[in-house]
Design a protein around this ligand. Structure first.
Ligand code: AMP
Length: 180
């Protein structure tokens, strides 16, 4: 896709995503991607768009972050002919897991991944719907690196640039389709 076509596509996707003010709490504008998932043409193009961006990067695993990241990571993995790895909230995975904690506005949260999900030297793409403060994606990158994998890319549908999430992901190739 050319730069101009990519911008046109991004503008179209922007009109499909729904802003829900004050969800899950007052002051947050929640970016609701369900209308995009429900639009077959836009969703298919979105998956191809992300896959095209990272095709040729040698990615063998695509990591989806619970829960909306799963919905994007799975079709991107199929398109890239890579494996899919779910990164889950604490206590959900059945087998031995590695974990990383990260700060939330109040308190902290923990994400886990199976210890054999990424092999040393494997190239990994990390996928989620929204990059906000970067705490979540940063924790996932640290899990990949703990297992000896290489973060070949971070793909985000939406980047809330005013929260400076990129700072927590310094040195990684971050690609977001839509920026606010
Ligand atoms: P952060 O760790 O601050 O980058 O937050 C990223 C995680 O929170 C992602 O898994 C997003 O799905 C979710 N998130 C953060 N802000 C929003 C928002 N405004 N709308 C929808 N999801 C959000």
């Amino acid at each position: 896709m050319t730069q101009a076509a990519s911008e046109t596509f991004a503008s179209r996707v922007k009109t499909i995503i729904r802003d829900v003010p004050d969800f899950p709490k007052k002051g947050i504008v929640f970016k609701d991607i369900t209308p995009l998932l429900a639009d077959p043409a836009a969703f298919a193009e979105l998956v191809r768009h992300f896959a095209d961006h990272f095709r040729g990067a040698g990615i063998t695993k695509v990591l989806g972050i619970e829960a909306r990241g799963f919905l994007l990571a799975a079709p991107i993995a199929v398109e890239l002919q890579a494996g899919l790895v779910p990164v889950r909230k604490k206590g959900k995975l059945p087998y031995k897991a590695v974990r990383a904690s990260y700060a939330l506005e109040y308190g902290e949260d923990t994400l886990e991944m199976h210890e054999d999900a990424v092999k040393p030297g494997e190239k990994v793409l990390v996928v989620d719907d929204v990059l906000a403060t970067g705490g979540t994606a940063g924790a996932v990158c640290s899990l990949v690196e703990k297992l000896g994998g290489k973060v070949a890319g971070v793909a985000m549908l939406i980047e809330l640039g005013f929260l400076n999430g990129r700072q927590k992901l310094a040195g990684r190739d971050i690609y977001s389709l839509i920026k606010y």
